[in-house]
Each structure stands twice: as C-alpha cells, then as structure tokens.
Design a protein around this ligand. Sequence first.
Ligand SMILES: C[S@@+](CC[C@H](N)C(=O)[O-])C[C@H]1O[C@@H](n2cnc3c(N)ncnc32)[C@H](O)[C@@H]1O
Length: 254
Amino acid sequence: MTWSARTYSVFEQERTRPVRDLVAAIPTQTTRTAVDLGCGPGNSTEVLAARYPQAEVSGVDSSDDMVAAARQRLPGLAFELADIATWHATRPCDVILANASLQWLPDHATLYPRLVAQLAEGGSLAVQTPDNLEEPAHRLAREVAASGPWAHKIAGVRHPPRHEAAFYYQLLQPHCSTVDVWRTTYFHPLAGGPAAVVEWFKGSALRPFMAPLDETEKAAFLERYLAAVTEAYPALPNGTVLLPFPRLFIVATR
Ligand SMILES: C[S@@+](CC[C@H](N)C(=O)[O-])C[C@H]1O[C@@H](n2cnc3c(N)ncnc32)[C@H](O)[C@@H]1O
C-alpha cells in the first residue's frame, strides 16, 4: 500500500491547517531537537521548523515517495525512511510531532506512552488524528467495498480503531505534567464538489480499499463511491462542497 506525495499534496493547504493549530499549542519553548513522525511530503515538518528555527528538526516516514518529496522540499533538514512502530530517538527529543500519521498504526495503548518516554523533561508529544471513521466518507467506503463484485477482496478492510479523548487523557496523564486534548471540526471548502471529496480521500483513507483492486475494479469502485458521495455531500449553489472533517488533538508534556 504505497503513498503518493503528488496525490496527497493536492489539498495541501487544507491538510496543513491543523498542523499550524497543533504546533501553535505546544508549550515547550526551549527546543534543541524536534522530530516529525509521518512527515509526509514535508508540509508538517516545514511548520515545525518555522516554530523552532534554532532546533535540529528532522522527519521520519515509511514511504519512499514521501521521504523523497520532503528531502526535495527541505534540503537542509534530515529525513529518515523508518517505521514509527519501531522508531527510537537517538537522544531525548524536546518535541515529537505526529500530524495525521498515528491513526495508521495499531495499539495506541502501547505506542503513545512509548513515544512520551522518548521526550526530554519538559518536552511535548503533539498529535493530531482524524476522528472521522463514522463520517459518511468512511462509512460509504465500507458500504461500497462490501456491496460490489470486489467484496471478496476488500469487504473486510478496516482502519485501525480510534479512541475517545478520555482514553488518551487517562493513558498519558500518569506520564505527563499536562495533557491538553481537544477536538475540532474543520469545514474544508472543496471547489471541485463531490468529485473533489473523492480526490481528497483517494490520497488517504481510500488507499487500503484501492490497493488490492486491479485498474478496472478501481475505476468501477470510484464511480460507485462518487455516486454515493454526491448524495451524502450535496454541493452548494456555487458547486463547492463544505467537507466536515472532525479531528482530535493531543499535546502531552512531560
Ligand atoms: C496523512 S499523511 C500526513 C503527512 C503530514 N504529516 C501532514 O501533516 O500532512 C500520513 C503519513 O504517515 C506516513 N505513515 C503511515 N504509517 C507510517 C508508519 N508506520 N511509519 C512511518 N510513517 C508512516 C505515511 O507514509 C504518510 O506520509
């Protein structure tokens, strides 16, 4: 299941807005090292580096394509091809940022405390994860997957489970001096209407559904998904769809 920096970056401005809100809320001031886990094409790393210009900022991602795009974008920073599940800091970090990446990993009960343990005293783990598994875009992907001739390949595809704010608060509070949790729904105006909603999710949530399909099946799946999305996300009179996108934010500071 590969990531495409080009497909992901089509909506870069909208996808980067939560990074700015997250990074602005990090209380850590003195920062020598900051790392961006699941850095993608470097858009989130760029925001991190702008907030901490004196710090040694680096990025980690498991996709060749994303790491190549990040290196091209920010040639002065270090980017490592690695899996967050097994990643270890070489020395304690002042800031660990993970924007829109940890939802792809299982077992948050183990993962989050393991990341906090890699912080220096006073350091912060700053995480944003989409909280949208029950939104129509996800629900319809599961329905279309289960109802077409491709069902034997993808009816069982599921994203790793997500948790409520209280789960993360209780998990991290014993290890931290403060745990700040909030949830925001962004309304992203997509000028391309329902087709743009499909393009958005092709770059992220639809990837596990599409990966096992051949090209003919992919086209048919997307056609049926677009029809369902068109009903669920009616366009405004000017053709724009306001895509509601709930996101959960956590800033946990040691
Ligand atoms: C939705 S993109 C987020 C990109 C960027 N952080 C942003 O804020 O827009 C998710 C990124 O996480 C990366 N990723 C997913 N699972 C990963 C893992 N287990 N280890 C490292 N990177 C991972 C993907 O390759 C992708 O670049």
